[in-house]
Ligand binder design. Structure first.
Ligand SMILES: NC(=O)c1ccc[n+]([C@@H]2O[C@H](COP(=O)([O-])OP(=O)(O)OC[C@H]3O[C@@H](n4cnc5c(N)ncnc54)[C@H](O)[C@@H]3O)[C@@H](O)[C@H]2O)c1
Length: 362
């Protein structure tokens, strides 16, 4: 893998266009495909607009913008991807559509060509069944906005070889992404704790807490631009509901809160206001519940070896731009406080063993 490797991008929607833009900006030539010619045209116009704004802001030169655009080639025919060394798919999130595409790509691409999926919720191993030579197939899970968000989860399926993983890690490095190696588990590393974080905010609302207060506490304590409710409104609550339903296969803790189901299904936004101030005792309860949910998912995922413990912090810091991260946060809270926060989710069950291994007792 080097910058002469030709990249194929299938799906030119929100994610595909941004992934293609990021790779082209890093010096790769990218062939961009979408089954809808209007989408392809719109994607090229959007990328041009985005590069133009970057030039106006002085982030890149006009020559760099032009060179990036020159490295992006829209192609109408999937067969045109044959010379690529890596093909990434970011088409709609349905198993049948992705499996059909992967079967077509398997017929077009030479056996050694790396194939990646940007799926958020499907299992890499399930999709791998549609790939001829699944050892060259893996997940490349980008984060919104993908052209600039520096985080990339690289997901290893059962059949994926170490050589394929190493190629993907090198591609991440060459495109200025921080790579997290993940196992093929629901939510991978970041959504595993991010989705329960959103869900716990809604559980608090269901218990009578004011969502504006919840947003205010999180913004202050996690040093984020927006709280969970504002964030859900930006991508629509139904997306959070869908993500939650994916994780729900792992047990009741991950099941969507009552209001998340109704709000998600209604198609409406939360539209929460701004809290002027939050009483310290209420703020402490909100923060403890939110941290407790994040830590529950984090320690369970570490026990399952979904990713290295430090990588969850990397994901929180650079993927989500949180000023509070699970591993370092738990360590500063200390073992006793962490065990207290986890208690409500582990009634009658043993705590994950990583609590003891990662947080030394005082
Ligand atoms: N939106 C996010 O924040 C986000 C984050 C991480 C991962 N993802 C994943 O990325 C993928 C794409 O998401 P999106 O938000 O960009 O969706 P989108 O709806 O914006 O884009 C999907 C595109 O795929 C095209 N398409 C559908 N079937 C096709 C086919 N057979 N061949 C070629 N093109 C086809 C559609 O025309 C559409 O342009 C999904 O798997 C999603 O789960 C999304």
């Amino acid at each position: 893998m080097d910058r002469s490797t030709l990249i194929g991008m299938v799906g030119a929607g929100t994610m595909g266009a941004a992934i293609a833009q990021g790779a082209a900006a890093s010096g790769f030539t990218v062939l961009l495909n979408d089954r809808d010619p209007a989408v392809l045209e719109r994607a090229m116009a959007q990328i041009k607009g985005s590069l133009g704004r970057a030039v106006e802001k002085g982030k890149i030169s006009a020559a760099e913008a032009e060179a990036t655009l020159g490295r992006l080639q829209p192609i109408a025919d999937l067969g045109g991807l044959a010379p690529c060394g890596l093909v990434i798919e970011a088409i709609i999130e349905t198993f049948e559509a992705k499996a059909a595409l992967l079967r077509s790509l398997s017929a077009i691409l030479a056996p050694q060509v790396l194939i990646a999926t940007n799926t958020s919720s499907l299992k890499v191993d399930d999709l791998a069944k549609a790939v001829t030579g699944p050892e060259r197939f893996l997940g490349l899970h980008y984060f919104f906005p993908a052209a600039v968000n520096p985080l990339l989860e690289i997901v290893r399926g059962t059949a994926t070889t170490e050589a394929a993983m190493a190629e993907a890690v090198e591609f991440a490095r060459l495109t200025a992404k921080q790579a997290i190696r993940c196992r093929d588990a629901f939510g991978f590393a970041v959504n595993r704790f991010f989705v329960p974080y959103l869900n716990e905010a809604v559980r608090l609302l269901d218990e009578g807490f004011d969502p504006a207060e919840i947003d205010a506490v999180v913004v202050k304590e996690f040093k984020t631009a927006v709280g969970p409710f504002k964030l859900m409104d930006m991508s629509k609550p139904v997306i959070a509901l869908h993500a939650c339903r994916t994780l729900a296969a792992m047990g009741p803790f991950y099941e969507p809160a009552e209001s998340l189901v109704t709000k998600g299904n209604s198609g409406e936004n939360w539209n929460v206001g701004v809290a002027q101030s939050v009483a310290p005792e209420r703020a402490a309860v909100i923060l403890g519940r939110i941290q407790g949910a994040i830590l529950t998912a984090f320690f369970e995922a570490v026990d399952e070896e979904v990713a290295a413990p430090e990588d969850f912090d990397l994901g929180a810091r650079i993927g989500l731009a949180w000023g509070w991260q699970p591993l370092s946060g738990a360590r500063s809270l200390g073992r006793a406080a962490v065990e207290e926060l986890l208690a409500r989710h582990f009634a009658g069950r043993a705590l994950p063993s990583s609590v003891a291994t990662l947080i030394p007792s005082p």
